[in-house]
Design a protein around this ligand. Structure first.
Ligand code: GLA
Length: 416
């Protein structure tokens, strides 16, 4: 080695220096090349996913019917776009390693299904996992990331939820970055949903990797009570809300905190569903319905399709709301909106109705993250009740109301 170097005039020091330069150049080059798709999920994604209601029972017919129902129920008109197939669509790999859907469940294949969903003006999402097996034990993407991304792109997939089961010993940043790069290399813009349950603090690293990241373990259709399954816990809506504390600074257009899919219409009371949906909107959370769209009660539909609440969620500033105060089981939340507006939400966490009184002139709301200040002494806002769709006067007068148990009073304050 030394002899060769001296013969070519390259000293060991020079050789080492050249190697370092080569590594730095290669790393820089690949960092510049590898990236997530730009311009996706500029507002929190809206759609539907099969898991919360149907668990491991998905098939082609049901997905088609859900796409039909998304249109006929008015969900599409309200802004919902993605029809997402969760776990258990997977079949086997062929001799070349390419994955195929379970042929009994998806007899016409994914391309035909994507074509159908696209013909309805909607988009199709799919699911995989960083390990060799998914959470439901089906074939997953480990070692086949680039191949699977190619298949997804070829089928016309628009959204990938990528889970974290069976990943012992895997580095999460590496595993998710590999799939990001694979999606990018496959060339089809696909929203990348990171589902590693907040275990490795994805908010610290996933902004450059994906478009949304789960912040917690799975949700359940329970307002207050977690369900302990022994090896894992299914969280209540209120537990998940509390776990968002401190995360708002990491979210924004193209990269969102994901407090999990919606449980509206899956068994909670109408008040609880309304409170759940309102708080997800205050959090600028992805709105992925998890109920049966073919069979929605008028109450469920009215919640999921409420224009005013959705406008709060989809506000172009993409700033998550924050808890302003908490007293006697009533929390007051604010969210800065475009054109100087604010969303305001009183959340009653107790089961008993609560009287609220809020004297705007004695309150000062400022948000250091966005630099926004609602100076009620200087500026007057009109108050619109989002759920009753009624005007409630202005911020000149103190606001008085009763908020039923496990319910909200959600307002939009519009600068006059
Ligand atoms: C995990 C995810 C869920 C769902 C299931 C599917 O638990 O967090 O949202 O995708 O896997 O097996």
């Amino acid at each position: 080695m030394n002899t060769n170097c001296s013969r070519t005039g390259i000293t060991p020091l020079l050789l080492r220096t050249m190697t370092v330069i080569a590594i730095v150049t290669l790393t820089t080059f690949s960092t510049v090349m590898a990236q997530k798709f730009k311009g996706l999920a500029e507002t929190p994604p809206m759609g539907w996913n099969s898991w919360n209601k149907f668990g491991p029972n998905v098939n082609e017919q049901m997905i088609r019917e859900m796409a039909d129902a998304m249109v006929t129920s008015g969900m599409k008109a309200a802004g919902y776009e993605y029809i997402n197939i969760d776990d258990t669509w997977e079949g086997e790999r062929d001799s070349l390693g390419f994955i195929h859907p379970d042929s009994a469940r998806f007899p016409h294949g994914m391309k035909a299904l994507a074509d159908y969903v696209h013909s309805k003006g909607l988009k199709l999402g799919i699911y995989s996992d960083c390990g060799y097996r998914t959470c439901a034990g089906r074939i997953a993407s480990r070692g086949h990331e680039f191949q699977d991304a190619l298949s997804f792109a070829k089928w016309g997939i628009d959204y990938l939820k990528y889970d974290w089961c069976n990943t012992e010993g895997l580095n999460p940043v590496g595993a998710y970055t590999t799939m990001r790069d694979a999606l990018h290399a496959a060339g089809r813009p696909i929203v990348f949903s990171i589902c590693e349950w907040g275990t490795n603090k994805p908010w610290l690293w996933a902004g450059e990797v994906g478009n949304l990241w789960r912040t917690t373990e799975d949700i359940s259709a329970n307002f207050e009570k977690n369900i302990d399954h022994g090896t894992w816990i299914q969280l209540s809506v209120m537990s998940i809300l509390d776990l968002q504390n401190g995360l708002r600074k990491y979210a924004g257009p193209g990269h969102w905190n994901d407090p999990d899919m919606l449980e509206v219409g899956n068994g909670m009371s109408t008040s609880e569903d309304r409170a759940h949906f309102s708080m997800w909107c205050m959090l600028a959370a992805p709105l992925i319905a998890g109920n049966d769209l073919r069979d929605m009660s008028p109450e469920t539909k009215a919640i999921l399709e409420n224009k005013g609440a959705i406008a709060v969620d989809q506000d172009s500033l993409g700033i998550e709301g924050f808890k302003y105060s908490a007293r006697d089981s009533v929390e007051v939340w604010f969210k800065p909106l475009e054109k100087g507006d604010w969303a305001m939400c009183f959340l009653n966490r107790s089961v008993t109705p609560k009287k609220i009184a809020f004297d705007f002139n004695h309150e000062s709301v400022s948000d250091s993250l966005s630099g926004r200040v609602a100076n009620f002494g200087k500026r007057v806002y009109m108050i619109h009740d989002i759920w009753s769709s009624k005007e409630m006067g202005t911020t000149r007068e103190p606001l008085r109301a009763v908020v039923p148990g496990h319910d909200v009073l959600m307002l939009r304050l519009t600068s006059m």
